[in-house]
Design a protein around this ligand. Structure first.
Ligand SMILES: Cc1cc2nc3c(=O)[nH]c(=O)nc-3n(C[C@H](O)[C@H](O)[C@H](O)COP(=O)(O)OP(=O)(O)OC[C@H]3O[C@@H](n4cnc5c(N)ncnc54)[C@H](O)[C@@H]3O)c2cc1C
Length: 463
């Protein structure tokens, strides 16, 4: 048996997915089935150096919903999703071998862990005589359209934005969903767990665990309802149909966001703390890839064509450029961004475990910080303004290691994106590319400016 594999990573969508299209085209040209897969690594639910669970319950639930939605999209196109339980760098080689796949297509991701996974899959594919094709598709702008090479990426965001705008770089146009996909191979026939395990161990992946292919359906045991009680105070209430995971949810959200003319008021409201409308709320769908950045900006440009451009609509482009800049910084600097000193020459930061725990649990005694931390723990969401404040408080007031804070955000945020998270934490810690030596946000001033009546603090019981 033979097939072409499409490995879904942070691109859980069928529309605007050049890698999926290329995989389907190759399968058709070779007359072989197309096997769409993704890997759910149970190790994600385990403790790390900093936190009790690398992926907490809200993010697990959001991801599970996103995978279910993707499987439904694939079924509508005549395909299915195979969810592999295990580390991608172990499971993909085992699957390539078990299916005698001729090729694998996947999106290219610049963060070091993701890039390393890809290298390991590529090495295994080479040994097996299969070809890997990596597609850069997670930014709005194509790499070849940038007016500089990645090695010459402007270190400062403002210089980056100005050069992109002066060169008139346009985002790439999003692709429609394919009308149909080639059929999947017969899965019972292709998968022999014992053989797959032996194969993976032979490849040096002894930590594989139990490889269990799982067709369709949720790959994880959804977190207990008690842990995930819907919280009516949430600013991203994803238990409601209007915030459904997956690309239909994303498209419906974009449509209502522009129909209600919200891009016009974005610049004025973006520093809000609570509510569903003060910012675009694109990020949870962008994080799983249910929405591509190219689709998001295309919707804003369509909006501008119909209703006119405004400061607000332009500011969304500006913010999406921050996302681009952080991804490109990962392409340029890779693992250096994950060192304690980041790109700086500063010593390893101090750390106070008790202070860190009080921060995580929202009991530092700083009322607005505590409100934000309780909100994050209860809902998996936090406004940008409070992300900045709580990060600054942990680093600059509680003298804790910024990597612990980044790890807590990774565990809790439903929109966790390694590139944006790492980039923002480095920026506030003063260990990234910004020359200003870090950003401290004064809690008193932030409280006066953004929660003068105490509404947010009362909402989260810290007033
Ligand atoms: C310490 C810290 C950690 C963060 N971690 C993440 C993360 O893990 N995932 C994540 O998506 N964002 C992260 N952000 C950035 C930002 O807070 C969120 O993107 C934003 O709050 C998401 O809400 P929204 O979609 O309504 O954003 P909007 O304000 O409506 O902005 C539109 C889009 O622009 C992009 N954007 C906006 N601000 C930023 C920014 N500062 N950096 C990068 N992209 C931006 C996002 O894609 C966002 O969806 C972090 C910010 C801080 C200060």
């Amino acid at each position: 048996m033979s097939c072409v594999i499409h490995w879904f990573r942070d691109d859980l969508r069928v529309s605007d997915n050049p890698a999926l299209r290329a995989a389907a085209a190759e399968a058709r040209a070779r007359g072989v089935p197309l096997l769409p897969v993704c890997a759910w690594d149970p190790a994600q639910a385990l403790a790390t150096r900093w936190v009790p669970q690398r992926m907490g319950p809200h993010r697990q639930a959001w991801l599970a919903g996103s995978l279910q939605a993707l499987d439904a999209e694939l079924q509508a196109l005549g395909s299915r999703l195979l969810v592999l339980r295990g580390a991608p760098a172990a499971m993909l080689p085992a699957l390539l071998s078990a299916t005698q796949a001729v090729a694998l297509h996947a999106e290219s991701l610049p963060a070091p862990q993701e890039a390393d996974d890809a290298r390991r899959v590529e090495r295994a594919a080479k040994r097996l005589g299969a070809r890997c094709h990596w597609h850069w598709q997670s930014t709005m702008l194509a790499l070849e359209d940038l007016p500089f090479s990645v090695n010459q990426l402007p270190a400062l965001f403002t210089a980056f934005r100005q050069q992109v705008e002066q060169a008139g770089v346009r985002p790439r146009a999003p692709l429609p969903a394919p009308e149909a996909l080639p059929p999947v191979p017969t899965l019972d026939a292709l998968w022999d767990p014992a053989a797959a395990l032996a194969q993976a161990q032979g490849d040096g992946h002894a930590d594989l665990g139990e490889p269990r292919p799982h067709l369709g359906h949720t790959p994880l045991n959804p977190p207990a309802a008690a842990v995930l009680r819907p919280d009516a105070r949430s600013s991203f209430p994803f238990h409601l149909p209007a915030f459904a995971a997956g690309e239909r949810g994303a498209q419906a959200h974009l449509a209502q966001y522009t129909k209600r003319l919200l891009p016009h008021s974005y610049k004025a409201t973006r520093n809000g703390l609570s509510g569903t409308d003060f910012s675009s709320k694109f990020s949870p769908w962008l994080a799983t890839g249910a929405l591509s950045a190219a689709q998001a900006i295309a919707a804003i440009h369509d909006f501008e064509a119909e209703h006119g451009a405004s400061d607000g609509s332009h500011w969304l482009w500006f913010e999406l450029l921050w996302r681009e800049h952080f991804r490109l910084l990962h392409l340029q600097h890779g693992a250096a961004l994950f060192r304690a000193r980041g790109l700086s020459q500063q010593p390893t930061p101090p750390h106070d475990e008790d202070a860190f725990l009080s921060w995580c649990e929202g009991r530092t005694g700083e009322a607005l910080v505590d409100a934000g931390m309780r909100e994050l723990a209860a809902t998996g969401w936090l406004s940008n303004r409070l992300r900045q404040l709580v990060a600054s408080h942990l680093i600059h007031d509680l003298a804790c290691d910024w990597r612990a804070g980044a790890a807590w955000f990774e565990s809790r945020l439903i929109d966790f994106d390694v590139h944006s998270n790492q980039g923002n934490w480095l920026y506030i810690a003063g260990r990234g590319t910004d020359p200003r030596g870090g950003r401290r946000f004064n809690p008193d001033k932030q409280t006066r400016d953004h929660d003068p009546q105490g509404a947010h603090r009362r909402l989260w019981g810290t007033a």
